[in-house]
Design a binder for this molecule. Structure first.
Ligand code: ADP
Ligand code: MG
Length: 355
């Protein structure tokens, strides 16, 4: 187990800087997720930690050791990719043991280590099977076991679940989380899928265009996004962002589930506690217990989540009402979140008195 530190880590490919001076502390034993849109530099960052890619500038430390100049094999890390390849002619046991063979362990030691890991990932009954005799999820577990058996200080994973179908992916998320708890090893996990990041990580690093947008536990990202990028990347559906009342230099944001749909005939919502927008329902997505309503309002299109007990219809005139305490204020120019609204709508003020 070890913590990982990135200090001003930069990567340039052919004059183009794709990772821009990252500073990051990945605590020992944490499950840290790097999340962001495709092309934002997640894999490059992970590959630099693994030693598969050189660092153009800055330092990477694993434990307390600078590793910039160490080859992958000397960094005590293990990596699992989206496209893992198992040896098709070898059985599960040999696939897992393969990485141990050239490390000088005795046959008995190898057996103990392989069986221990096979037990952890639930593969013990399948040790004699060939990869072709396994399900996709079981094969993925062989790839994980093969990496884990080396007992690395840090475990690196790059979209390892992307090739699995939705049901198996959900199952593997749960398995990976419990695996992390049992092993206590530092996990660094890359995904473009914010739901995957939010469900598994204890520390989430949101990246955009080679830079870090925010580092926080999942619920903090959700409740206190540092900027518009995070607000609109985290959460499904994303935060609604509309022009602010009165002040053109601000934008207001609110989560679809924090807003309420009222019939259009309701005209007076107490302005001391809520802010309201007139709108018309343009479309509706029924999710089961909830539905998402896409509403064209006087401030643009917003999405509102509501229970399906009483459904509103497409074309219906509605009032979207948001409690003031759930409205986030953003600086339009910088995208920075300034705080939440407090007080009356006629006299908007921010927590901390920014306005
Ligand atoms: P992500 O994993 O977030 O999708 P990557 O780290 O793979 O993003 O890529 C970040 C950027 O770096 C992309 O613009 C990509 O095209 C570029 N890139 C990645 N690897 C190389 C490479 N070996 N040579 C040149 N450009 C690369
Ligand atoms: Mg990638």
């Amino acid at each position: 187990m070890a913590r990982v530190i990135l200090r001003q880590v930069t990567k340039t490919f052919h004059g183009q800087t794709v990772v821009k001076g990252l500073n990051l502390l990945i605590p020992d034993g944490s499950f840290t997720v790097l999340v962001g849109p495709s092309g934002c530099g997640k894999s490059t960052t992970l590959r630099m930690i693994a030693g598969l890619e050189s660092v153009t500038d800055g330092d990477i430390l694993i434990g307390d050791q600078p590793v910039n100049h160490l080859p992958p094999g000397k960094r005590d890390v293990a990596m699992v990719f989206q496209n893992y390849a198992l040896y098709p002619t070898m059985n599960v046991y040999d696939n897992i043991a393969f990485g141990l063979r050239n490390r000088g362990y005795s046959k008995n030691d190898c057996r103990t280590m392989v069986e221990e890991i096979a037990d952890v990932v639930g593969l013990k009954p399948y040790l004699k099977r060939k990869p072709s005799e396994l399900s996709g999820g079981q094969r993925q577990r062989v790839a994980l076991a093969r990496a884990m058996v080396k007992k690395p200080q840090v475990f690196l994973m790059d979209e390892p679940l992307s090739n699995l179908d939705a049901k198996l992916r959900n199952q593997m998320r749960v398995e990976l989380t419990s695996l992390h708890k049992r092993l206590g090893t530092t996990f660094i996990y890359v995904t473009h899928d914010q739901v995957e990041g939010m469900t598994m990580g204890d520390q989430i690093v949101v990246m955009s265009e080679g830079a870090i947008m925010q580092v926080a536990p999942p619920m903090e990202l959700y409740r206190e996004p540092a900027n518009l990028f995070v607000a609109q990347f985290i959460g499904s559906p994303a935060m609604n962002v509309v022009p602010a009342d009165g002040r053109a230099e601000y934008l207001w944001g609110f989560r679809p589930e924090m807003a309420v749909l009222l019939p259009g005939s309701v005209s007076a919502v107490p302005a001391e506690t809520a802010w309201s927008l007139d709108g018309i329902i343009m479309s509706r997505e029924i999710l089961g217990s909830d539905a998402l309503y896409h509403v064209e309002t006087t401030r643009g299109r917003v999405v509102v989540k509501a229970e399906t007990e009483r459904m509103a219809e497409i074309g219906e005139a509605v009032l979207v009402s948001v409690p003031l305490a759930h409205i986030h204020v953003f600086d339009r120019a910088t995208g920075k979140r300034l705080g939440r609204l407090e007080g009356r709508t006629q006299n908007h003020s921010l927590a901390g008195g920014v306005v």
